[in-house]
Design a binder for this molecule. Structure first.
Ligand code: GLA
Length: 376
């Protein structure tokens, strides 16, 4: 059965785009295991766009490009499965994929059957070249039904970038996750903008259909397909923490065969992954400190009664951010307080006079996992 927690894995697009091959996929599956990423919960190896020939065959089937995938997709799937991992592929609801390869419009049931035959466990489904007369939500419902009838458990990963009010209908399509925004790029501006675009749609994510903030750029350091300026280590830490607190799927986008120890430390931060994978799947909520978009304080109540509180300084200057524990449901006057630690540094933290307060540099976050205690 599909696990009803936000998916974790690796996807080819951010770094490799069209430069994909069987060798890359097999090596990345090896790296997923050897680096320990698998042990931390990363399980999907996803081939994004550009895997097919430019034309379907005479019978109307999608054909994996033999120059890139000489043994076909079943071979790749079998290898990935032999490593205890799961296999993801990509198509699109329009007439072509975003990179202009054949897509699944009017081929949904046949394509879903092919994916099932190949041993696919996850389908990312894009929104490019959707005919104007066609209703996007109907096309997504159609693929949802095609997958539900294909005879294999295939996780449906919608990728309509929030278009056509996706949040209103995506939960009806059978999708387990849905892209709420346009594409990420490897820059601070992109991370900041994607976080701010979540503020108004927090009620639409959560269990069963997670809001996907796009693949991670942690560790790209300015290289690869969406590599721009790159980010500082603090910015990558903030990016990863925001995705975890906001319950986004975690799809790694860097080259995991050669990631640095700093990159690995961020991607395997246990305290943050525990928050992202919290079994209760409570939705996050948000305070804008002093009403300012640059100072989101993101909170999630966790299954064991703890709460995660993330202070984010998206501005360029240091700031003092604070929140009153009463506003988090912790009644100071009933003799309750909060005690916990920061997820990256382990620094201890207590509510003082019923308030959690941090002094925090620009482009930096501090995330605390706090336990409810009786006050002294
Ligand atoms: C769109 C998606 C990206 C990626 C590309 C592939 O832009 O949003 O995530 O899949 O298509 O062409």
């Amino acid at each position: 059965m599909i696990k009803h927690l936000p998916p974790m894995g690796w996807n080819t697009w951010n770094t490799f785009a069209q430069n994909i091959s069987e060798e890359l996929i097999l090596q990345s599956a090896d790296a997923m295991v050897e680096t320990g990423l698998k042990d931390e919960g990363y399980e999907y190896i996803v081939i994004d766009d550009c895997w097919a020939l430019r034309e379907r065959d005479k019978a109307g089937n999608l054909v994996p490009d033999p120059a890139k995938f000489p043994h076909g997709m079943k071979y790749v799937a079998d290898y990935i499965h032999s490593k205890g991992l799961k296999f993801g592929m990509y198509s699109c609801c329009g007439t072509m994929t975003c990179a202009r390869y054949p897509a699944s419009y009017n081929h949904e049931f046949a394509d879903a059957a092919a994916f099932a035959e190949w041993g696919v466990d996850f389908l990312k489904y894009d929104y490019c070249f959707k005919p104007n007369f066609a209703d996007g939500k109907m096309l997504y419902r159609r693929m949802g039904l095609a997958l539900a009838n294909c005879g294999r458990d295939i996780l449906f990963s919608g990728c309509s970038w929030g278009a056509d009010k996706t949040h209103e209908w995506i939960g009806s399509t059978g999708a387990n996750m849905w892209r709420s925004t346009g594409d990420i790029f490897d820059s601070w501006e992109s991370v900041k903008s994607l976080i701010k675009q979540q503020y108004d749609i927090l009620p639409f994510g959560g269990q069963g259909c997670f809001n996907d903030m796009d693949m991670l750029i942690v560790g790209m350091n300015g290289r690869g397909n969406v590599g721009l300026t790159g980010c500082s280590e603090n910015e990558y830490k903030l990016h990863f923490a925001a995705w975890c607190l906001l319950e986004s799927p975690l799809m790694i986008g860097c080259d995991i065969r050669s990631m640095t120890k700093e990159t690995k430390a961020i991607l395997t931060n246990r305290a943050l992954i525990d928050i992202q994978q919290d079994p209760r799947c409570n939705r996050p909520y948000l305070f804008k400190f002093a009403g300012n978009d640059d100072f989101p304080i993101i909170v999630r109540a966790l299954a064991n009664g703890d709460i995660a509180v993330g202070f984010f300084n998206l501005s360029d200057s240091p700031a003092n951010l604070w929140v009153v524990a009463d506003d988090l449901g912790i009644p100071f006057l009933q003799g309750r307080t909060l005690v916990g630690a920061e997820v990256y540094t382990g620094a201890e933290k207590r509510a003082v006079n019923g308030t959690l307060s941090v002094d925090i540099e620009g482009h930096t976050c501090e995330v605390y996992r706090m336990t409810v205690k009786n006050s002294d």
